[in-house]
Design a protein around this ligand. Structure first.
Ligand code: DGJ
Length: 531
């Protein structure tokens, strides 16, 4: 299905497989093992030259790099894509794909990357006003001149990419803007924003919310329900007063603006586009985080207002990684994580893949990882490169599990392939694991492929017949070009003599496992049933 000529030539696009959404590149599903550069690294090709090698050492297959409005349109109407061309060439030379981040009207809520001719013309390109009448250096969502200028530049960029890259598909997705929203207040308080806020909630939004009324997020549902699901009225008449409603109003206006920019780009070259969010924090209020960004509690508004955006993405630096992933898969939103904490990425990637069929992950600031050849991220990505064909084959079919275990969550149970898998922190021998991660795929009848660290698995049949599940054999091994190459047979201490499929870290007491059980990082387990 993915090998026909037209499919191979088609621009990168999204495709549904079961419950998963996959990114198709060159006619085949593609797993983004990515990394995002520091904000300004890609503003200079010379600066980037030595960086490519480091990125290769990290085993990345995709680099997320910014392209700023100010550098591609330094003078109004005159475009310069030299930098983009240089990035494309160097990415191809390094055998990498690119995801371009459009730093247009907003970057982390601010408008620091707009061209000088926009910055200096505050009458033509209106700014946001917040409390006390203070103007901030942020383009207002409510000015047509703003989105039109941004959309023109973005369309020119996408047209250029189509011209130079539609035979290569080096660029596989584009992020539209970066972490949008108002900082310092819950909403824009310019005159035009005040009258929009006092005016009716747009009918398109009401219609969309109504047609998804039973699937709405709790915040929006409860606020609307408290006003008897009013169908007409201003924002406060429909959602009540307070910063929450002001944030809903901003979410709608950002979504509409970003959608116009994305739509102009897609008219030139329709590749997948996403937006990213600076996440909220329960101790804070809208405006402490950029108010109106694509957050879990504004997701329904973004889905209504930005149909040209394919993915709403979290930048996960704080809080429970599992919970953010769950919230960003609501209403069929595909999970793609363009930014995440670098120091936890090497294990979180297994969870996002195994549990949420993510299109990919990308820790931030990968170009400043010291000693990339030995970085843990590179070790994880090296394993995932081998497993990628298998993971992609099994995405969306309910035959994979990903997990992160710790003292608060020491065990999970998951039914796969006619067995209940009890996956727990590895507590055998001297070594008491406090933290574990992994991914397991039900790869055939009575057969599982696993990878990870610090856990053990027990099997119990869930189908009629014998009640006990035993381990027939465990082999470590590796995949080369998609083919399994078995290594050692591990039926001794390594599996506690057949009691447990183990991925322990070490056992310092008697030194059975001096560093790690597996030399390859991947194992295959065959199970059987007995009475
Ligand atoms: C999130 C932003 O999206 C990035 O561009 C960068 O500023 C990081 N925060 C820094 O932590």
């Amino acid at each position: 299905m993915y090998t026909t000529e037209p499919a191979r030539l088609r621009a990168p696009h999204l495709h549904r497989q079961g419950s998963a959404t996959q990114l198709i590149v060159d006619g085949r599903p593609f797993l983004v093992l990515g990394g995002e550069l520091h904000n300004s690294s890609s503003s200079n090709i010379e600066y980037m030259r030595p960086v490519w090698e480091q990125l290769q050492a990290l085993k990345l297959n995709t680099v997320l790099a910014s392209v700023s409005w100010e550098l591609v349109e330094p003078e109004e109407g005159s475009f310069d894509f030299t930098l983009v061309d240089g990035l494309l060439q160097d990415a191809r030379r390094s055998n990498m794909r690119l995801i371009l981040l459009w730093f247009g009207s907003w970057k982390n809520g601010m408008s620091s990357y707009v061209p000088a001719w926009v910055k200096q013309d505050y009458r033509r390109f209106p700014r946001v006003k917040i409390k006390n009448g203070q103007t901030i250096e942020v383009l207002s969502t409510l000015a047509e001149t703003n989105w039109q200028a941004d959309a023109r530049a973005f369309a020119a960029l996408l047209l250029h990419i189509r011209k130079v890259d539609s035979d290569h598909h080096t660029v596989i997705m584009v992020q539209v803007e970066n972490e949008v929203g108002i900082l310092g207040d819950a909403r824009d308080r310019s005159d035009v924003a005040n009258s929009a806020f006092a005016g009716p909630v747009p009918q398109e939004l009401i219609d969309q919310l109504l047609s998804h009324r039973d699937e709405l997020g709790a915040e929006i549902q409860q606020r609307w329900e408290a006003r008897s699901f009013n169908l007409t009225g201003c924002w406060e008449e429909i959602f009540g007063d307070g910063p929450e409603t002001e944030e809903f109003f901003m979410a709608w206006n950002y979504a509409r603006y970003v959608d116009r920019v994305a739509s102009a780009g897609k008219e030139e070259y329709a590749i997948p586009m996403f937006v990213n969010a600076w996440l909220s924090n329960p101790q804070q209020v809208p405006g402490d985080w950029p108010s109106g960004g694509p957050l879990p509690h504004t997701l329904d508004i973004w889905l209504a207002g930005a149909p040209h955006i394919d993915i709403l993405s979290p930048d996960i630096y704080l809080g429970d990684f599992r919970e953010w992933c769950r919230q960003y898969t609501r209403r069929g939103n595909p999970l793609f994580i363009p930014e995440m904490r670098r120091d936890e990425s090497q294990w979180n990637v297994f969870y996002a893949l195994g549990q949420h069929d993510t299109i990919g992950t990308s820790p931030f600031a990968v170009d400043s990882i010291e000693d990339p050849a030995h970085a843990l991220l590179g070790k994880s990505y090296a394993i995932l490169r081998q497993l990628a064909p298998l993971i992609l084959e099994y995405q969306g079919k309910g035959e994979m599990v990903g997990f992160l275990l710790d003292k608060e969550h020491p065990t999970i149970k998951q039914e796969l392939n006619g067995y209940e898998l009890e996956i727990s922190l590895d507590q055998l021998f001297d070594y008491k694991s406090e933290h574990a991660y992994g991914l397991i795929i039900a790869a055939g009848p009575d057969e599982f492929i696993g990878t990870g660290h610090g856990f053990g698995v027990k099997f119990r049949p869930t189908t009629p017949g014998p009640t006990y599940g035993g381990i027939l054999a465990v082999d470590e091994g590796a995949y080369r070009n998609g083919k399994w190459l078995p290594g050692r047979r591990l039926n001794g201490d390594e599996t506690a003599q057949g009691a447990l499929w183990r991925f322990p870290a070490s056992d310092s007491r008697i030194g059975i496992f001096p560093s790690s059980l597996l030399s390859t990082g991947i194992a295959r387990c065959f199970v059987y049933r007995y009475e």
